[in-house]
Design a binder for this molecule. Sequence first.
Ligand code: SAM
Length: 208
Amino acid sequence: MRGRPPVVVLRLGHRPGRDDRMTTHVGLTARALGADRVVLGSDASGAADTVRDITDRFGGPFEVDVVASPLSTLREWDSRVAHLTMYGQPVQEVQADVRGSHKETPLLVVVGAEKVPFEVYERADYNVAVTNQPHSEVASLAVFLDRLFDGRELDREWVDADRVVVPQATGKRVVESGEREAPGSEPSGAPDGQRSAVDDDTDAGNAN
Ligand code: SAM
């Protein structure tokens, strides 16, 4: 996020076909919850395209890098590393340390898919568990980023968006960027509960 050293999410172990949707959601979660960049393997180019498309439409800044060897990205990273793993230390016990170091230095956040090589555990400055129960890289990334940013990511501003979701108690409303009406003015799009001013199928998960 702006004004802070970069947070980069590295996806390891992507299995084409089986992990396509999960890898897409790692990228979307990284973007939505305050990371600056996601690094995906070249066998996850479909996921990369989807995350870039969402960034083009809904804003950034957010970068998607596709690399031949995600493990090489880890080996070449010269700052702090947090590896999310059910075998690590509880996030609630290490979050203060991680936040403290992130005030000064960039952070690489590593999530796996299949079994993660042991060198990742050894390289990591923090092996972080979001509970010591097995679940998902998407869930652990979301909780970790929220703890890292202490909720500030929920209020971030997006730049260069084509379209903006206008929060509704009920229904969907999406408008072209710049069309957000002033409080009290007439809405410019479809009535609440109907298709919005911008005809947008935003369920990115369906892209993969
Ligand atoms: N048994 C696998 C392993 O060796 O880590 C679990 C793979 S799990 C399906 C995929 C990824 O989800 C893991 O590599 C880790 O990044 C993340 N993950 C799953 N459970 C987690 C937890 N409790 N805390 C932190 N991360 C977790």
